[in-house]
Design a protein around this ligand. Structure first.
Ligand code: CLF
Ligand code: SF4
Length: 296
């Protein structure tokens, strides 16, 4: 239940299309693709495409500058009455592009103060940005956590890059995991709603996600969203011949997790980094900068 949350947090959940299944019928989200770079490598990703942690692989979102993003958010907010949340989820990792990401959130806060803001990240550098996230009133943060055991993690992440150092193998996974868990805990302490995304990777973390779920719940995550692996063309997992899970495997795992008491998100549509509209709808094409600004 959400009974331990403040009423402001409850209100935020009831208007957020990802945090509330009910809300997703009525409220729209908008993603602004201002963050092209990434600081880790996932074996299911091909960097030519959007970040797979919250997206379908194989799609390419065109990157906007913070200034273009501001214009676009203003235009969409004026035309899309259902808009309740503006998120940054790629096309790389938003916090590997921290200047652009926070510049954009500042502009949104200033010019469209009545929308909620949302951030999705792999979590590597989260601990360095907790104050900024809090000050800017970013109320929702998603961290993609696929493992809490570095021996599982090393099969998912071949390397991570932090402060000029490249880490590989088990050491890379251990660093990433410790930062992710620290991020969940510190954000939750500040009253920020934390959602954890996990990608179900058969043969790698299918048995392990129960432990992940338990841990992140203990640390204060509000919601757990398990999505099926979809392998990006040209990714390491494609070369390895890995397969996506069958729908039945995902359903069984979700049942198991919810019996364990975790609050699950089951209506995720694996959005693009530039998606606009209700979940499952992508109206980005209706909101191109040139055409919106040409309108009187
Ligand atoms: Fe976007 Fe993600 Fe915020 Fe939602 S999406 S940054 S929490 S506003 Fe939602 Fe889309 Fe699934 Fe993400 S349906 S991919 S969970
Ligand atoms: Fe790709 Fe996202 Fe992983 Fe970075 S965090 S490697 S963009 S899937």
């Amino acid at each position: 239940t959400t009974s331990c949350l403040s009423s402001a947090a409850e209100d935020d959940i009831s208007r957020h299309p990802c945090y509330s299944e009910e809300a997703h019928r009525f409220f729209a989200r908008m993603h602004i693709p201002v963050a092209p770079a990434c600081n880790i490598q996932c074996n299911y990703c091909n960097r030519k495409f959007d970040c797979v942690n919250e997206s379908r692989p194989g799609v390419v979102s065109e990157v906007l500058t913070p200034e273009q993003a501001e214009r676009k958010v203003k235009g969409v907010a004026a035309q899309l009455m259902q808009l309740s949340v503006v998120g940054i989820a790629g096309p790389g990792d938003p916090l590997a592009n921290a200047d652009k990401t926070f510049d954009t959130f500042e502009r949104v806060k200033k010019h469209v103060p009545d929308v909620m803001t949302c951030l999705s990240t792999n979590g590597l550098t989260l601990y360095r940005h907790i104050d900024r996230i809090t000050e800017l009133g970013i109320g929702h943060v998603t961290i993609t956590i696929n493992a809490i055991d570095p021996d599982v993690g090393k099969e998912i992440y071949p390397w991570v890059f932090d402060e000029g150092v490249r880490y590989e193998g088990r050491e890379a996974a251990a660093l990433l995991i410790s930062r992710q868990l620290q991020g969940v805990e510190e954000l939750a302490k500040r009253g920020i709603l934390v959602k954890v995304n996990s990608i179900l990777i058969p043969g790698i973390n299918d048995k392990h996600l129960v432990e992940v779920s338990k841990k992140v719940k203990e640390l204060g995550a509000t919601l757990h969203n398990v999505t099926p692996l979809i392998i990006a063309p040209g990714s390491q997992y494609e070369k390895d011949g890995r397969k996506a899970p069958r729908p039945k495997e995902l359903n069984q795992l979700q049942e198991q997790l919810s019996e364990g008491g975790t609050k699950l998100m089951r209506h995720c549509r694996q959005c693009r980094a530039d998606a606009v509209g209700l979940l499952g709808q992508d109206r980005n094409q209706d909101f191109q900068l040139e055409t919106m600004e040409a309108d009187p």
